[in-house]
Unconditional design. Sequence first.
Length: 343
Amino acid sequence: MNSSAILASEQGFTRRRLLQLAAVSAAVGIIGYLGVRPRGRLKPVRHSQPMMGTIVNLVVCGEDEGSCRQGIEACIERMETLSMMMSTYVSDSPLSELNRFGSLNDAPQELVEVFKLAIELSELTDGAFDPTVLPLVGLFKEVRKTGKLPDQQKVKEILQVVDYRHIVVENDTTVKYSTPGVTATLDAVAKGYIVDRGIEVLQRLGFGNAFIEAGGDLMVVGYRYDGKPWKIGIRNPRSDDLKKMTTIEMSDRAIATSGDYMQYFTDDKKIHHIIDPRTGFSPVRTASSSIIAPTVAWADGLATAAMVLDPDQSIALLETLPDCEGYLIDKDMNRYQTKGFFS
């Protein structure tokens, strides 16, 4: 996921889940998701700060700057709490403890929710999305230091413990791994989940026109300060010219972008931070994927999965999911999109 995309079988259960999420979004719209177009010009209050290994950008539109800033403070506090909870870089976080000991009793409700969502995404994509790729990501990070690709045998050894089915959630209170050596990262879904929770805070406080973006995962609710829809830019994965981005207008929608140009370990971008959990190496066809979904968490996870799947597979899958759209660019700059992405 990337901050350049900023302001400027087993599928039945998950389809029902997405329908439920869409219904929830509509219900929540009473207090914000379906924001009321401003009658007059509002004041946009902006805030940016480092979080989750990226920069979080917020815009809250309201009549009073002081109230907007209080809302931003409450939103950031909630997001920072969740970020610390789900980080593998914080040694005493609940997720780090789970990875260290293989089991976590009395797990925070939010962590359980994200793990359950990660499992749903893994099942939906037949393992193209898999949070247990953490040891593979760590292995490929060494490429940046050494300039050498990992040993094939080492990759094969790690693949033995890469399988989302090793994650077990019991009684909504315990998360554990069924096989020794399994570790997980929630980076490909937690960031979106945390943005969703940040939006919830603003909604509860009565802010119906807002924008939160974290490394390309974003939600816009309501309208901009001038009553117009939010304009979102989608970067060309092979160009740094942000003035020539593809743009879409959005209101009350979530979108996430993932790409091989965001964290790459080799100059040709063939080795990057997204790993195909089935092969142990970076996927070879897709350069970027932008996904619209009912929540940022779903958009985040599906954008990662779409990088792993072939573009045609991704589009076919997205066409079956309610309120989900996709726009993909492959490494030859061919473009693929669902019917409703730009509508």
